[in-house]
Design a binder for this molecule. Structure first.
Ligand code: SAM
Length: 280
């Protein structure tokens, strides 16, 4: 499923984008509640469609930035929310949208075809003002994203910086037209401790660990911080130095990164500018 539209959207445009639109208002309300969207905050909706979620966001009184690229849907959104002063309808591609620099939350039913790109934008970017994201995604994608030991360094990076929970399964009948697979609601909350030096140290650790997954944790730390005693940092982080790198969770790597970041002898390379878009 590349994306999901309300039943009232014409068959022509539904077929054009392959979209599936939320028709279950209980799920829309749960999405909004999970991020505790309040009247003083800013909420971004990526892929607003015909406004099935936007209408619940608008009811909170928050400032809503509703992003959509389909011209017909944009016209419908603008007509529907014309009188809602708190809703701004933004006609652009998600990949080109600049996230706010002041604290915000994201509530979205994201198109399956661009799930990775969207999560990269949300969870990879440094620095970020994103506090919480409540997302509907494809079930298999949600499972991969929330594995205790993620399969790639990029997934580990997202999971170290955000606590990502799979909240519930969402059946195909919740959308029109119905997709062939189940969906899931994810809620991601930012971990504020991974910033600055600890974020730089974490990136080096994850790159090293995922390049040499069978090496023990002590070898990863030795390679990342040559000349220092790896056991000291690993024990400080509560990690067994002999554990293979591939068994450590993002949370354990975060603890090691924080222990390393406290050592003033170490200098960590700056994070690449486009880290949120391309994780290397
Ligand atoms: C899964 S539908 C969700 C629509 C609506 N939020 C709902 O729940 O009914 C995804 C929406 O994202 C839009 N979309 C797909 N790719 C996009 C992109 N790259 N940039 C902006 N919008 C996109 C589609 O036109 C569609 O309206």
């Amino acid at each position: 499923m590349s994306s999901r539209r309300s039943t009232s959207v014409s068959a022509r445009s539904t077929n054009d984008s392959g979209a599936h639109f939320l028709v279950n208002s209980t799920i829309a309300r749960q999405l909004v509640r999970s991020c505790a969207v309040g009247c003083s905050g800013t909420v971004v909706e990526l892929g607003a469609g015909a406004g099935a979620i936007t209408t619940h966001l608008a009811a909170t009184g928050a400032r809503v930035l509703a992003v959509e690229r389909d011209p017909e849907l944009l016209r419908r959104l603008r007509r529907r929310f014309d009188r809602e002063r708190c809703v701004s309808v933004i006609g652009t591609d998600i990949g080109r949208f600049r996230l706010p620099r002041t604290p915000f939350v994201v509530v979205a039913s994201i198109p399956y075809g661009i799930s990775s790109m969207t999560c990269r934008l949300l969870f990879g970017s440094v620095p970020t003002a994103l506090r919480c994201a409540s997302l509907l995604v494809e079930w298999g994608f949600a499972k991969r994203l929330t594995e205790p030991v993620p399969r790639t360094a990029e997934l580990a990076w997202w999971n170290a910086r955000f606590t990502i929970e799979l909240c519930r399964r969402v059946p195909p009948r919740s959308f029109s037209p119905s997709p062939t697979v189940w969906s899931a609601q994810l809620v991601a909350r930012r971990n504020t401790e991974i910033t600055g030096n600890s974020a730089r140290a974490l990136r080096v650790l994850l790159l090293t660990a995922y390049t040499e997954p069978t090496e023990p944790a002590r070898a990863v730390v030795r390679a990342a911080a040559p000349g220092l005693t790896p056991h000291h940092f690993l024990r400080a982080a509560g990690v067994d130095p002999s554990s293979p790198a591939r068994r450590l969770t993002p949370q354990q790597w975060s603890s090691v990164a924080r222990a390393l970041a406290d050592d003033s002898r170490l200098h960590w390379p700056a994070l690449p500018r486009e880290l949120g878009r391309r994780w290397r």
